[in-house]
Design a protein around this ligand. Structure first.
Ligand SMILES: *Cc1c(COP(=O)(O)O)cnc(C)c1O
Length: 349
């Protein structure tokens, strides 16, 4: 897509938006005596407003990811980025968005809250990418295409070439949600970001970085899109605590924990098929397994009674019979196996 076509996709009111300018936006010098923001002068650790542009955090993310800071948006979870994309690109009640299904539930929720029709296109056989059907679902009012790779809840990753092909051919913004990319052997799209003006890559600190409670989501995009997201967000969308703790956490290499989680996932994937109640363990590039079983409700209830909570996805279209099981600590995975062993014994009697 041509760079100048991007602008025509943006809602006119957003294109012409004059964003709120905070006290700290208007002052960019050295620290001094701050009498500009009606804060308390008494140091509680949090008496000052946080940096609305999150410059320190973006600088660190830029180094980690090899993406210039002007292409980075940091939000209150990926959910904020998803909602902002609807608000920036979709005129409520008129424009539409396209998404694969089954996938992350927030695309549909954000579409609905923004009064945007979501055209859901089922994944192909073995959860493959339905590229032609996705393009066929689009029309002149399609503004967003949501793809998720590795996909939740199916666990598979799509070929980068196929995702890039959609970025080339889709007439609107292509959003690729890479929440689980750190667990995957398939490379993500950050390396080709500058080739596609209409590509938005979502990542998060909630999974591999172990910071779900902090609420830090990332979007990587053309500088024009990143700037729009920065203009539409709440000025202080990321608290001082979130910025500080995220910056601190990003100093530690998550690779050992990621490797341990992946090893645990693979051990579970190797052992689960031995159970008679397990019909299929879907291959996973994420930190969870989609497991098809004989009686998902019964197994779910049994695990729950043992204090083990998994996600029952058996009512999700395309996931009949399936539970989604997150890889935990080695001892937690072991308890899961033991609980399923007990379940089988009680059912075979
Ligand atoms: C968990 C998850 C996220 C993370 O959302 P946050 O709001 O950043 O916690 C995003 N996308 C998908 C597909 C997920 O499964």
């Amino acid at each position: 897509m041509e760079r100048n076509r991007l602008e025509s996709l943006v809602r006119p009111n957003i294109r012409n938006l004059c964003p709120y300018s905070t006290a700290r936006d208007e002052y960019a010098g050295r620290p001094g005596i701050f009498l500009d923001a009606n804060e308390s002068p008494y140091d509680t650790g949090f008496n000052r407003y946080p940096d609305p542009r999150q410059q320190a955090l973006k600088a660190r993310i830029s180094v980690l990811k090899g993406v210039p800071a002007e292409r980075i948006f940091v939000g209150n979870g990926s959910d904020e980025a998803i909602d902002l994309l609807f608000r920036i690109f979709c005129v409520p009640g008129r424009d539409n968005a396209v998404a694969i299904v089954p996938s992350y539930g927030m695309y549909a929720v954000a579409a609905a809250t923004n009064d945007v029709a979501l055209r859901e296109v089922p994944l192909g056989a073995d959860f493959s990418l339905p590229a032609e059907a996705l393009l066929a679902a689009a029309d002149a009012d399609s503004r967003l295409l949501f793809l998720c790779s590795p996909n939740n809840p199916t666990g598979n990753a799509f070929a980068p070439e196929a995702l890039c092909g959609l970025a080339e051919r889709f007439p609107g913004i292509v959003v690729v949600d890479e929440a689980y990319i750190d667990f995957s052997r398939v490379p993500g799209l950050l390396g080709v970001l500058d080739r596609y003006h209409n590509l938005v890559v979502l990542q998060t600190l909630s999974k591999a970085w172990g910071l779900a409670g902090l609420r830090v989501g990332l979007a990587f995009a053309d500088p024009y899109i990143a700037r729009l997201m920065g203009a539409v967000k709440y000025p202080y969308n990321l608290s001082q605590a979130a910025q500080q703790l995220a910056l601190q956490a990003l100093e530690q290499d998550p690779a050992p924990r990621i490797a341990a989680i992946v090893a645990g996932r693979d051990r579970l994937a190797a052992r689960l098929p031995a159970f008679a109640c397990v019909r299929k363990v879907w291959p996973s590039e994420a930190n969870f397994l989609l497991v098809e079983v004989d009686d998902p409700d019964a197994l779910y209830a049994h695990l729950l009674a043992d204090g083990i909570i998994v996600r029952n996805r058996s009512r999700v279209p395309g996931c009949a019979g399936c539970l989604r099981i997150t890889a935990g600590l080695p001892e937690e995975n072991e308890q899961l196996i033991q609980s399923i062993e007990a379940y089988e014994k009680s059912h075979l009697r």
